[in-house]
Design a protein around this ligand. Sequence first.
Ligand SMILES: *[C@@H]1O[C@H](CO)[C@@H](O)[C@H](O)[C@H]1NC(C)=O
Ligand SMILES: *[C@@H]1O[C@H](CO)[C@@H](O)[C@H](O)[C@H]1NC(C)=O
Ligand SMILES: *[C@@H]1O[C@H](CO)[C@@H](O)[C@H](O)[C@H]1NC(C)=O
Ligand SMILES: *[C@@H]1O[C@H](CO)[C@@H](O)[C@H](O)[C@H]1NC(C)=O
Length: 358
Amino acid sequence: MGKERPLLAFILLLYSCRVASTTSNGFFYQDILNGNGNGEIYFNGVKLRIEAQPPSAFTMSGGNVTLPCRFWYEPPLSSPRRVRVKWAWLPVSGDSESDVLVAIGHRHRSFGSFKDRVYLQQGVPGDISLVITNVSLNDSGQYRCEVIDGLEDESAAVDLEIRGVVFPYQPHHGRYHMTFQAARRACEEQDAALATFEQLYKAWQEGLDWCNAGWLADGTVQYPITQPRSPCGGLGLAPGLRSYGARHKLMHRYDVFCFSSSIRGRVYYLQHPRKLNFTEAVQACIMDGAQIAKVGHLFAAWKFQGLDRCNAGWLADRSLRYPISDPRPNCGPQEPGVRSFGFPAPHHKYGVYCYSSR
Ligand SMILES: *[C@@H]1O[C@H](CO)[C@@H](O)[C@H](O)[C@H]1NC(C)=O
Ligand SMILES: *[C@@H]1O[C@H](CO)[C@@H](O)[C@H](O)[C@H]1NC(C)=O
Ligand SMILES: *[C@@H]1O[C@H](CO)[C@@H](O)[C@H](O)[C@H]1NC(C)=O
Ligand SMILES: *[C@@H]1O[C@H](CO)[C@@H](O)[C@H](O)[C@H]1NC(C)=O
């Protein structure tokens, strides 16, 4: 039985290293094995466990999403214990973590942009999944559920991804005209948000190739290249995201990459007996019970509803575009995409794309 000696010595060592031994809620609590990195706490042999499965979730802007999380005790407790539950959020833009919701028993409070938009699912005991309603474009990031029981707490993480489409954007006054703030505003005006690095990277993986540098949400300036060529970083460089790094947000000017997503609304090419100048186009959509579509609306409808129309139409920023899902002769390049014709003079006559939120 010589084998038992090292184990016994190990236990004695742990015992002598014990930091605290206290009474909490009439419960004898030993902090013997805390800090072993396994996310386990021992209450006289009762362990608090927490799990977020699956550890990622996705939705689109305007949708609802449930971020899974549950906790339990091993072995199970004979009577439920009062715990404090907290959800926090770490945005992808690299800002610091902020509180989303705190709950004790049936009372809960939500914070910041999540106010009145989140609640705990509480389907079964231990279910502390977070429901977020009317998800917004900038809700993506890492969420952390945390259970605080007496002196100790355990947490687990869930990633939320907003499914959407990235598009390069250049305003009517031309290339490289926007500071960081102007770029953010330009995206918001198109019913979109500044794209994150992750979103641009994913778009590049799916084939986005664009040779003008644009701002991203983290304040860096980059552009995606799938076909290396000389004006775009050169032939010698492998395909990838070309980065200028972080630029000065007030002094430097570039284009922008915007991110759009929506499960609500409908974009359509207005059936109208004649072509329209820009002011007439705006009016015609209003007469149809809708509004002239924004660039973000058109990209989202092209990407997620397969909008396909070989007629150029006005959009709200006075640009002229059309969406092609099924490439064919006389409708632009061989790849699907939203074709852009820049910003014609507003008295020129074309069709129009309208957006209805219903
Ligand atoms: C989201 O949930 C709310 C209630 O919590 C419901 O009224 C709404 O219809 C849901 N939205 C969608 C898109 O399912
Ligand atoms: C959802 O949020 C947007 C802003 O992000 C707001 O304009 C809209 O009214 C909200 N919709 C509902 C149903 O709460
Ligand atoms: C997120 O977007 C909403 C509009 O969709 C806006 O009201 C809110 O302020 C934004 N939050 C942050 C942190 O940018
Ligand atoms: C568009 O045409 C209308 C007349 O139908 C005219 O009043 C308006 O000024 C024109 N707008 C532009 C931008 O040319």
